[in-house]
Write a protein that binds this ligand. Structure first.
Ligand SMILES: N[C@@H](CCC(=O)N[C@@H](CSO)C(=O)NCC(=O)O)C(=O)O
Length: 219
């Protein structure tokens, strides 16, 4: 039986981007369905009844939810190409730690950068820089977080890079000035086809954020 893969996603989602990159790294063909999150499809509600969020991967009719769980699922099922997790258990634990760090810290700080103004926005902006500096320290002199080749941490972080322009423009700061190694890393990632053909344009993401701000009365 041919593998049926459907990805329920939303184009600017840094969580959905992870899954798209993992699928591309494995060379997998899938049906991409962009959700209107203000009017969720019956399939999304059926396939992710608990969180009702994207991304959801539907594999031969069975759903896998939560981006990091989906990426690990893809890595396990299609383990013969482009491994995303290390084979050593300790190294896997360390990779999972940094994915957890990104999920616990970056999303919320980034969200507050565009959803707030004044002091609150200043605080959020400083948090983003602190978080990226910690990640810069972890990256060190390696080309990728996964070492010589990209891994699950690279896949988990890179989706934020297309939001950097929005964060910088609204927060009036330069991530490149504060965290040059992170920008260098993002450029190396974007040289890989699985990333370059997946990452949405930063200016398009900024336009989307401006729409959200208008809807929230911030602009
Ligand atoms: N922990 C989850 C987060 C997914 C998520 O927030 N998805 C958002 C869109 S991206 O910001 C979503 O589906 N929002 C719809 C809603 O909240 O109703 C994951 O890693 O997959």
């Amino acid at each position: 039986m041919a593998e049926e893969l459907i990805l329920l996603d939303f184009w600017p989602s840094m969580f959905g981007i992870r899954v798209r990159i993992a699928l591309a790294e494995k060379g997998l063909k899938y049906e991409y369905r962009d959700e209107d999150l203000s009017n969720k499809s019956p399939l999304l509600l059926q396939m992710n009844p608990v969180h009702k969020k994207i991304p959801v991967l539907v594999h031969n009719g069975k759903s896998v939810c939560e981006s990091t769980i989906i990426v690990e699922y893809i890595d396990e099922v299609w383990h013969d190409k482009s491994p995303l997790l290390p084979s050593d258990p300790y190294q896997r634990s360390q990779a999972r730690f940094w994915v957890d760090f990104i999920d616990k810290k970056l999303y919320d700080a980034g969200r507050r950068t565009w959803r707030t103004t004044g002091e609150e926005q200043e605080t959020a902006k400083k948090e983003i820089i602190e978080i990226l500096k910690v990640l810069e320290e972890q990256l060190g002199d390696k080309p990728f977080f996964g070492g010589e080749s990209l891994g699950i941490v690279d896949v988990s972080l890179i989706g934020y890079s297309c939001w950097f322009y929005a964060y910088e423009t609204l927060g009036n700061f330069s991530i490149g000035a504060e965290c040059p190694k992170i920008i260098g890393w993002a450029e190396r990632c974007s040289n890989k086809e699985s990333f370059s053909k997946t990452l949405p344009d930063s200016k398009k993401v900024f336009g989307f954020v401006q729409e959200l701000r208008k809807k929230s009365g911030l602009e």
